[in-house]
Design a binder for this molecule. Structure first.
Ligand code: PEP
Length: 256
């Protein structure tokens, strides 16, 4: 059985004090969330402060991006070695904001996935279609292209701990959520793709998170879908009062 994962992507939000307070509240609240893995992904400057706040709890630390390069002359970049040094266990890669605002291509995301896996961190690979793609019924084609490009040459042990996040771009930060049926259809398609690219056992073990305006009031129906194994949460992860009920929905949806 795949364990639910609920991850908070804090994006470029919080300051040191608010990050520590939020992490402390999440760690306290998540203590009773038996069986659900909880991950927080603060901005780079607060990784260590948040690592301190969640120490001793079940909450894990993640980063929102990583360089594909080894440490060296890459102004403004953050090496995977540095993330490990700060206590990160996971890294979000290929988020739609990285793709659309910073020009990240599937080829670059692929280099990052490989580098992250080589260093033993968990990659959370984001894929998702734009509104125009969905309206033109090109969702599956777009997802296939992103998966093929981002996972080229990623084989064997490298896929063991991989997490996929399906995030329809039109649902991110917009308040529009994919319906449970739309999300389930995309997740089932991604799992079928994984079974074809790898094998059914690998596909069955890989967690596929849904992301896009997940909130306390829509989380349960989404998480009850057979191929939805958790949530990648943006806006609602910035307050423990909004985030913890999503974690709780994961507890309730277990064993669906
Ligand atoms: C995200 O950015 O990964 C995300 C899902 O954001 P939101 O929950 O705010 O739509």
């Amino acid at each position: 059985m795949r364990q639910f994962l609920v991850a908070g992507n804090w994006k470029m939000n919080t300051q040191r004090a608010t990050a520590v307070a939020l992490a402390t509240d999440v760690a306290r609240g998540a203590a009773s969330a038996t069986g659900v893995e909880v991950l927080v992904c603060p901005p780079f400057p607060y990784l260590e402060a948040v690592a301190g706040a969640i120490r001793g709890s079940s909450v894990r630390l993640g980063a929102q991006n990583a360089s594909a390069e080894k440490p060296g002359a890459y102004t403004g970049e953050t090496a995977i070695e540095m993330l490990i040094d700060c206590g990160c266990a996971s890294v979000i890669l290929g988020h739609s904001e990285r793709r659309t605002l910073y020009g990240e291509t599937d080829a670059l995301v692929n280099r990052k996935v490989k580098a992250v896996r080589t260093q033993g961190l968990q990659a959370i690979l984001c894929v998702g279609e734009q509104l125009a793609d969905r309206e033109a019924e090109r969702t599956e084609q777009i997802l296939d292209g992103q998966m093929t490009g981002s996972l080229e040459g990623v084989d064997g042990d490298a896929v063991a701990d991989l997490v996929i996040a399906y995030e329809p771009v039109w649902a991110i930060g917009t308040g529009k959520t994919a319906s449970p049926e739309q999300a389930q259809a995309a997740h089932a398609h991604l799992r079928k793709w994984l079974a074809g690219r790898y094998n059914p056992a690998v596909a069955d073990g890989i967690r596929i998170l849904y992301g896009g305006s997940v909130k306390a009031d829509n989380a349960l129906t989404l998480l009850q879908q057979p191929d939805i194994d958790g949530a990648l949460v943006g806006g609602a992860s910035l307050s423990a009062a909004n985030f913890l009920p999503i974690v709780e929905a994961g507890v309730q949806a277990q064993g669906k």
